[in-house]
Design a protein around this ligand. Structure first.
Ligand SMILES: Cc1cc2nc3c(=O)[nH]c(=O)nc-3n(C[C@H](O)[C@H](O)[C@H](O)COP(=O)(O)OP(=O)(O)OC[C@H]3O[C@@H](n4cnc5c(N)ncnc54)[C@H](O)[C@@H]3O)c2cc1C
Length: 390
């Protein structure tokens, strides 16, 4: 059951206040220190931000896809690192459990993810398995009632601080591609699981991303999501499909913020004896940005509503992620341009967002991978609609 419109409006208002009043003032400090102050994380927990997408019977808010998209558009108007702190728990790090977990697995983990007691992470990517995730080499070797996990995951958001890892590994030796992959729930502290320090990154400072090393890490067979060996890749794709709408919404928020920042700066900055906002070439950058924000927002919300209505939106979710992430990159680039030289200097809002949003075109499917998916599905639909030859 989802929230009533009235309760949702209250929740959205609370989130907006928190983001504007309590998070935005810390953006520069976090960008420099690469760390979110713990009292802010406590506030995120108290406000229930870790559990928005988790069903209400497990302690979450049970938001619909559309409601979650609207929250994401709000939270991402502050530096993207804030959302990255709790966003795994309301997306990719809990969704495998939500869609395919057994009742006992859901009971064991979802309340702790919803409260923010545990931070989750989704460990799929490996050095040789990025866009082609089915090339993963992490193996899970059967040993009595247990499995021994061995391998190395890279680029895993929140790995350095996570308490629960959804690890994808091959359980059927000799299989290739999507077959024979299983999703395991592994708790920090399990012997054989180790996380090296976080990488240094271009942006999204404060959001730790790192490796997960598995050295004959012993887990019971009951740790496989849904107790369904070999179904892990299907589970991953279900989680990623929803996540693409979430991520597209997260691209809209920064663009809204940057349009506001462009307008504010352009109105104040004087050149040639007048505000630069009077120049039509500057106005063009603002107008194009705002138009693209509007288009992306409409696309995301419409796709979210279709998903809530039970429509298969696999292709449309890909379109959302592609369009919104590319749009956000263009808006961030224009923002730097409107700010002029100051947009290139550290601590400028456009400079920071420019670095932060670059990631959106890379993870959860690069733009090229989404283009390939969209083309394939578009042509398949066209073929399906062709009349059969007699
Ligand atoms: C900060 C950060 C956080 C991340 N968080 C997570 C996480 O939490 N969990 C997780 O599992 N992963 C995570 N990732 C991994 C991310 O999803 C991958 O980096 C991404 O899928 C791309 O894989 P790759 O880096 O290996 O690039 P590659 O797949 O090697 O791609 C390199 C280039 O080749 C292009 N390319 C590849 N295949 C094709 C093709 N068929 N057609 C056309 N072009 C192609 C790509 O578009 C890209 O331009 C994260 C990455 C980063 C940087």
């Amino acid at each position: 059951m989802t929230l009533t419109t009235e309760s949702f409006d209250t929740l959205l208002h609370e989130v907006r206040q928190f983001i504007r009043d309590e998070c935005m003032p810390f953006e520069q400090q976090i960008d420099r220190d690469d760390q979110i102050p713990e009292p802010l994380v406590q506030r995120m927990r108290a406000l229930g931000l870790f559990g928005h997408s988790i069903p209400r019977e497990y302690g979450g808010a049970g938001l619909s896809t559309e409601q979650l998209a609207r929250v994401n558009i709000e939270v991402s108007q502050a530096a993207t690192t804030f959302r990255a702190r709790f966003g795994g728990n309301t997306g990719i790090a809990s969704e495998s459990l939500v869609v395919d977990g057994t009742p006992a697995q859901k009971q064991a983990w979802l309340p702790r993810l919803a409260s923010g007691e545990l931070t989750g992470c989704f460990a799929l990517t490996e050095a040789q398995a990025g866009s082609d995730a089915t090339a993963l080499q992490t193996v899970a070797e059967r040993d009595g009632d247990d499995y021994l996990l061995s391998g190395r995951k890279c680029f895993i958001t929140n790995a350095p601080i996570a308490g629960l890892f959804t690890v994808f590994a091959r359980t059927e030796p000799g299989t290739i591609g999507a077959k024979g992959i299983s999703a395991f729930l592994v708790e920090r502290g399990t012997p054989g699981l180790h996380t090296p320090p976080a990488y240094r990154k271009m942006g999204q400072h404060g959001s730790p991303v790192g490796e997960v090393v598995l050295a004959r890490c012993r887990v019971p067979a009951s740790a496989i999501v849904g107790h369904a060996p070999g179904q892990g890749f299907r589970t991953a794709m279900k989680a990623l499909n929803k996540q693409r709408i979430n991520l597209a919404a997260l691209c809209v928020g920064p663009a809204i913020r940057l349009v506001d920042e462009m307008v504010g700066f352009a109105s104040a900055r004087q050149q040639f004896g007048q505000a630069i906002s009077e120049f039509q070439l500057v106005q063009q950058m603002i107008a194009e940005s705002n138009t693209e924000v509007h288009a992306a927002r409409a696309l995301v919300l419409e796709t979210a509503r279709m998903r809530d209505a039970g429509v298969d939106v696999t292709m449309e979710a890909s379109m959302c992620k592609l369009f919104a992430s590319e749009m956000c990159g263009r808006v961030a680039d224009r923002a730097v341009q409107v700010f002029g030289g100051s947009g290139y200097i550290a601590d400028n809002v456009a400079e920071r967002f420019y670095r932060d949003v670059r990631l959106f075109r890379l993870y959860e499917g690069t733009s090229q991978i989404h283009l390939v998916n969209i083309a394939r599905r578009t042509m398949a639909r066209a073929r399906a609609a062709e009349p059969a030859l007699a």
